[in-house]
Design a binder for this molecule. Structure first.
Ligand SMILES: NC(=O)c1ccc[n+]([C@@H]2O[C@H](COP(=O)([O-])OP(=O)(O)OC[C@H]3O[C@@H](n4cnc5c(N)ncnc54)[C@H](OP(=O)(O)O)[C@@H]3O)[C@@H](O)[C@H]2O)c1
Length: 255
């Protein structure tokens, strides 16, 4: 399913949380345009092995990097391997996320820190290592966010706050690095039916409501998210810096 307008041959990409769901669709999309993809994951080795097969079927064989994006030592180790194998980086997609789903007043300090570290602070650490590897050529960073950054969703207080922080970090990273031709943007999605939704006590309700409220009449798919990432990392978006591209079939603009 390659897009003939975009050629990523010779580019190297890192996709965090790239073994399942939206991250896997992004990894496959970038690989199918010719990029060498390193994908990261945390625990699920079976999903990672499956991702290797699926990515290899559409593009260059991927590099698998296991590690927790919230752990600075793990991130450093992943970048040591990445630099050894790829020697450079052109694209970083910060997609991995986890979080505690609770009403705000039930959040414990460790729930808050854990969620913030994985979903927001990871972008700081990843960028610190990624930007030097982009060097004088420049590059593109995309963070994956959700409508919970700007809208209230039941049980989503900690994750929503972490996504709001993520989107703000993107704007700041964007202005700090634009002069070096490094573009930093966000793709934010409406509900996508991935494994992540299984952790919501109200999964069925989220899916039904999202479908009912979507002006486009269908749910967002992992491929929809991947296509938006592909646009943002491509030269077609060469003057797009610090923006949030919302992929929700129009749901968030309904009055
Ligand atoms: N699903 C939605 O409705 C939706 C909507 C809008 C935006 N998003 C965003 O899209 C992104 C992907 O979501 P998804 O639904 O595709 O999730 P998913 O299916 O649960 O997949 C999550 C991926 O992230 C990895 N991961 C989780 N925590 C990690 C950590 N600390 N370090 C490294 N890797 C980690 C997982 O690895 P393991 O397999 O090893 O656990 C897996 O590869 C997230 O940023 C999410 O907020 C999702």
């Amino acid at each position: 399913m390659g897009n003939s307008a975009i050629d990523l041959t010779g580019k190297c990409a890192l996709v965090t949380g790239g073994s399942r769901g939206i991250g896997r669709a992004i990894s496959m999309c970038l690989a199918s345009q010719g990029a060498r993809v390193a994908f990261n994951y945390l625990r699920n080795r079976e999903a990672a092995a499956e991702a290797v097969k699926m990515i290899s079927a559409v593009g260059p064989e991927p590099l698998e990097l296991r590690g927790n994006v919230a752990d600075d030592d793990h991130v450093e180790r992943m970048f040591t391997t990445l630099e050894k194998e790829f020697g450079k980086l052109d694209i970083l997609v910060s997609n991995a996320a986890l979080g505690v789903l609770k009403p705000v007043t039930q959040l414990r300090e460790k729930d808050w820190r854990w969620t913030m570290d994985i979903n927001a602070r990871a972008l700081v650490t990843l960028s610190k290592f990624a930007i030097p590897l982009m060097g004088d050529r420049g590059g593109s960073i995309v963070a994956v966010s959700s409508l919970g950054a700007t809208h209230a969703i039941p049980f989503y207080g900690a994750v929503g706050a972490s996504k709001a922080a993520l989107e703000s970090l993107v704007r700041h990273l964007a202005i700090e690095n634009a002069i070096n031709n490094i573009r930093v943007n966000v793709v934010s999605g409406g509900a996508v039916d991935t494994d992540a939704l299984k952790f919501f006590p109200n999964r069925e309700e989220i899916l039904e409501e999202s479908l009912k409220r979507s002006p486009a009449g269908r749910l967002v798919t992992p491929q929809d998210m991947a296509d938006a990432v592909l646009f943002l990392v491509s030269d077609l978006a060469k003057m797009v810096h610090g923006q949030t591209l919302i992929v929700d079939g129009g749901t968030s603009v309904v009055a």
